[in-house]
Write a protein that binds this ligand. Structure first.
Ligand code: NA7
Length: 535
């Protein structure tokens, strides 16, 4: 669609982003009879899955649950082929949803929102884009995603490299040919860990530059069996409800209360069962793994032993063995990650022993040697949770900039609204469970709440909503208190912003679990959106 044609029209809502959050938000707004458009930087729908096309990219949540549940016919009709969906299949699903609900007619693709300025007199947001469009709307809804602003680390000489250069989070649509090539990969988070086994199968040699060893569990991915799928689909409502009642919105069996309550043999058997089952379920083996360091150590040791069993070269196994708290950084789920280090065409450089000095025109120079390569890949993650919003010039009442309000870390009420930024909602914003949960159901919960709020406002003829300063302060303090009780604050994770130079160290997602969060949201809805000032 052509944004400039509608220059003077005021729409009810502008949605920033057309990933899974933006698409569903558009649908809900339209169903509520509101006029809405979306702006999307990418050339099509899919959000983070549009950009993260690196080899091996796959979701770490099971496909039958990493999907929308708002429309029964949709969830019955769509057929996933594998236990964990690969990136191309997730994009096909996004396309299917966009066509099924005719969403694309309201989405401006290849268009980045640059500014959003609140006009208190008119009670409207003025939104500008890099295409020169200027639009006004009553409500600004951020669906920018938690992991969408790519983090480019401050490594000297990045621009000097003369070979092929890629970032996992901005992977070229046409793909990359690794045949007979030498490759350097910087980073060992989920993106690297998924892509390294696939790239190593194709390339001549791969050199991995690791700053922190991560815990990696096998996905145990497999094609889905039609009988299993039919069984899940016939029981979808109760399985979805069950998932919603768990800490992370996933369907792993709930573990015992403490890893220390059972014998060492029973404990290891529990870990072994979950390792064999595959995926993130190991995190839920016992309920105190993120609150009791001694319990946590038992899970950490279990994975460390697995690494020593799998990796044949003891020195490589040593380097791959994580020393930090298990699950403190996001647990990585992959296929054949540790096994790949038994191949002859891969080397692992521990940056703690030999730091990178600079990137040269030919490759990576560490304090020990030059590693000349044909292809350099940065798998260095994201400016998570706040980066995408802070890169837009968002100004609320009195011209206050969001990035200034968040200078010392993000502050929100429920991760949904920010004091000083009226009529702005942030889907899965910092302060909500978001990245600690299965994202699509969590997105739906937020979008449904925003939809209810707008319908209620329209019934009351209300035009302005803003998170109250006191409700926001209380929520921020509560979140910080819970986070400080968790072992999750003990390492340099992206949850804390620790991966981005200069970013304030604040635990950004709500750590109290999905059930507690949903209960709080339901309470505020019952209480006429308590904590928000509606006028
Ligand atoms: P992550 O998980 O943030 O991983 C980034 C990796 O890059 C991680 O190993 C970092 O080491 C490393 N890194 C970052 N900056 C540097 C520098 N300057 N030098 C060397 N190494 C560096 O991002 P991913 O894209 O893999 O995954 C993000 C999420 O997407 C993931 O958790 C899933 O939820 C999906 P560090 O650990 O900071 O020492």
């Amino acid at each position: 669609m052509n944004g400039s044609k509608e220059h003077d029209q005021i729409c009810d809502a502008i949605v920033i982003g057309a990933g899974f959050a933006g698409m569903y938000m558009l649908h809900v707004l339209r169903e509520a009879g509101l006029s809405a458009i979306a702006f999307e930087t990418g050339g099509d729908v899919g959000g983070t899955w549009y950009w993260n096309r690196y080899p091996g990219a796959r979701c770490d949540t099971e496909s039958l649950f990493y999907s929308y549940q708002f429309d029964e016919a949709l969830q019955q009709d769509w057929n996933w082929t594998e236990r964990y969906p690969a990136q191309p299949e997730i994009l096909q699903y996004a396309q299917h949803v966009a066509h099924r609900f005719d969403l694309k007619r309201n989405i401006n693709f290849n268009t980045k929102v640059t500014d959003a300025l609140w006009d208190e007199n008119a009670q409207l947001w003025n939104v500008s884009t890099n295409k020169g469009a200027h639009k006004r709307c009553r409500f600004l809804i951020s669906a920018v995603g938690c992991l969408s602003a790519v983090n480019v680390p401050d490594i000297d000489g990045l621009d000097d490299f003369k070979g092929e250069y890629y970032q996992t989070g901005l992977w070229p649509r046409e793909g990359v040919n690794f045949r007979d090539k030498t490759v350097a990969i910087i980073g060992t988070g989920s993106s690297a860990i998924q892509s390294i086994p696939v790239i190593t199968e194709q390339a001549r040699h791969v050199t991995v530059f690791q700053r922190t060893a991560n815990y990696v569990v096998p996905a145990q991915n497999r094609p889905l069996d039609p009988t299993e799928v039919a069984k899940i689909k016939s029981d979808y409502p109760s399985l979805r409800a069950k998932a919603k009642a768990t800490y992370s919105g996933n369907i792993f069996p709930t573990g015992g209360s403490s890893a220390l309550d059972v014998s060492p043999e029973e404990r290891v058997q529990e870990y072994e069962n979950r390792w064999r089952a595959g995926g993130l379920g190991l995190m839920g083996a016992f309920q105190d793994l993120q609150s009791n360091q001694a319990s946590n150590e038992t899970a950490a040791d279990f994975v460390r032993n697995k690494i020593r069993e799998i990796v044949k070269d003891p020195e490589v196994a040593r380097k791959l063995t994580p020393t930090n708290t298990f699950g403190c950084k996001r647990l990585c789920v992959a296929t054949n990650y540790y096994e790949t280090y038994n191949r002859g065409n891969i080397s692992l450089i521990d940056l703690n022993d030999t730091p990178i000095q600079r990137i040269t025109s030919n490759g990576v120079r560490t304090t020990r040697q030059d590693h000349d390569v044909d292809i350099l890949i940065l798998a260095t993650g994201f400016d998570a949770m706040t980066g995408a919003l802070n890169r837009i010039n968002i100004q609320g009442t009195g011209g206050e900039k969001l990035r200034d309000t968040w200078r010392d870390g993000p502050v929100t009420y429920l991760g949904l609204g920010v004091h000083g930024f009226p009529n702005m909602f942030t889907i899965t914003g910092p302060g909500s469970p978001s990245v600690l949960t299965n994202m699509i159901p969590t997105i739906e919960q937020h979008v449904n709440l925003i939809g209810k709020c707008l319908i209620s406002m329209s019934k009351k003829n209300a035009s302005r909503i803003e998170a109250s300063a006191s409700a926001q302060d209380d929520w921020v303090a509560y979140n910080a208190e819970l986070a400080n009780r968790s072992l999750r604050v003990t390492c340099n994770s992206w949850y804390l912003g620790a991966n981005v130079t200069g970013k304030p160290r604040v635990f950004m997602p709500f750590v109290g679990g999905l059930p507690a969060y949903i209960e709080k949201c339901e309470e505020i809805v019952r209480d006429d959106f308590k904590g928000f000032l509606i006028t």
